[in-house]
Write a protein that binds this ligand. Structure first.
Ligand code: SAM
Length: 360
């Protein structure tokens, strides 16, 4: 095992892509892999620095036309009331994010068929007029024209997780959707100049180390700026409600490998990690390659209706989480960074330490 990690490090240091088998071996190994986590932590420090970037998320609509087998807000779930926040509600929430000193707003929703692209464009413009703020969108698969309208309105980043790159698994979990379409959307977003993020879910039924290894190699090859990797969290009102959650150890290994493969990427310690493993797991992720934390500011009661999975922290916990994180960062030689925190260009390209400029 030690040998595989060392060989992997030699390869990534030389800018080479490791073979799938190496990643599978590391993901499958049964003993502890502290050496992997430490290597990823060193890479995080070397390529993106000690800062932990903080983002504020507003989940502005839980309408969704899709019925992803794992997701609690899928169209099949008739138990949750649906909502759409008004412009004023979103802006009030953004003001709270701004007051907390956070300079990135993530606007997320289900794939809402009633979303008016011009409403969202006006909202983006209004947020941008409030001051120096980055806007990240995460509203699913939309047309090229819509992506272009929002980019022109000032949206900076877009997050669209591929979830799994295994065609059969993708098909079985996403009725009526097509993996090729998701990948095409990511290409369009990248071509439009968005800082582009994607990622996968760890612990889906039928997914093993080989599928995860292929996901990671795909994500690396795409030249992404952000990589979100989180464990599967079962939701009782979905077809996968009776399954076990994804393994935290496997998720942390995937994050560590992602940092080694994509050294410049912004990688969050995702909310799903906090939901399954609490603060200690989130901190473990921050010590194993992650450098971003997203705090949920969606106002109550809407935060409880955006139930993609149960147990997500709501807005009441945002201040406490930030305080705890600041204390932890202080003790661990890390810094909480409130700046816009854009990805360094070429997130997934081969390691180029001399191109790294630390911005203070
Ligand atoms: N509609 C947008 C999209 O499709 O990208 C964004 C909203 S979607 C609800 C946000 C993310 O939640 C998905 O990309 C998926 O990875 C995650 N998610 C949903 N249900 C989940 C579950 N049960 N366990 C883990 N992650 C889940």
């Amino acid at each position: 095992m030690r040998g595989s990690i060392r060989q992997l490090l030699d390869l990534v240091e030389s800018g080479l892509v490791p073979p799938e088998g190496f990643l599978v071996e590391i993901l499958s190994f049964t003993d502890s892999v502290d050496e992997l986590f430490q290597a990823a932590d060193r890479f995080r420090d070397r390529f993106v620095g000690p800062e932990i970037l903080v983002r504020g998320i507003v989940e502005f609509s839980n309408y969704c036309r899709n019925s992803c087998a794992y997701c609690g807000i899928g169209s099949r779930n008739r138990r949750i009331p649906r909502y759409r926040l008004s412009t004023q509600q979103v802006i009030c929430t953004v003001e709270r994010i701004k007051d907390a000193g956070i300079k990135t707003v993530v606007l997320q929703s289900g794939e809402d068929p009633g979303l008016d692209p011009y409403w969202l464009a006006d909202l983006i413009k209004e947020i941008k007029s409030l001051g120096q703020m980055a806007v990240t969108l995460s509203v699913g698969e939309r047309s090229k024209d819509e992506y272009a309208i929002w980019r022109k309105a000032g949206a900076d980043r877009y997050l669209l997780k591929v979830e799994t790159t295994d065609p059969a698994l993708y098909q079985s979990l996403h009725p009526g959707m097509r993996l090729e379409n998701r990948i095409r959307c990511l290409e369009v977003l990248r071509d439009l100049g968005y800082e582009t993020g994607s990622g996968n879910i760890i612990g889906l039924p039928g997914q093993g180390p080989s599928q995860i290894a292929r996901d990671l190699l795909f994500l690396r090859s795409f030249g992404l700026d952000m990589l979100a990797i989180g464990p599967f969290v079962p939701h009782p009102d979905t077809p996968l409600g009776g399954l076990e959650p994804g393994s935290m150890e496997q998720t942390l290994r995937a994050i560590a490998l992602a940092r080694l493969l994509c050294p410049y990427c912004n990688i969050p310690a995702t909310s799903a990690i906090g939901t399954i493993g609490g603060d200690s797991a989130r901190r473990h992720a921050l010590n194993a390659g992650a450098n971003v934390v997203m705090l949920n500011f969606t106002p109550w009661p809407y935060s409880s209706l955006y139930e993609i999975y149960p147990g997500r922290p709501g807005p009441d916990l945002a201040g406490k989480m930030l305080e705890g994180l600041m204390a932890w960062a202080d003790e661990n030689g890390r810094e909480i960074r409130f700046s816009i925190g854009s990805a360094r260009h070429s997130g997934c390209r081969a390691t180029e330490p001399d191109l790294f400029i630390r911005s203070n």
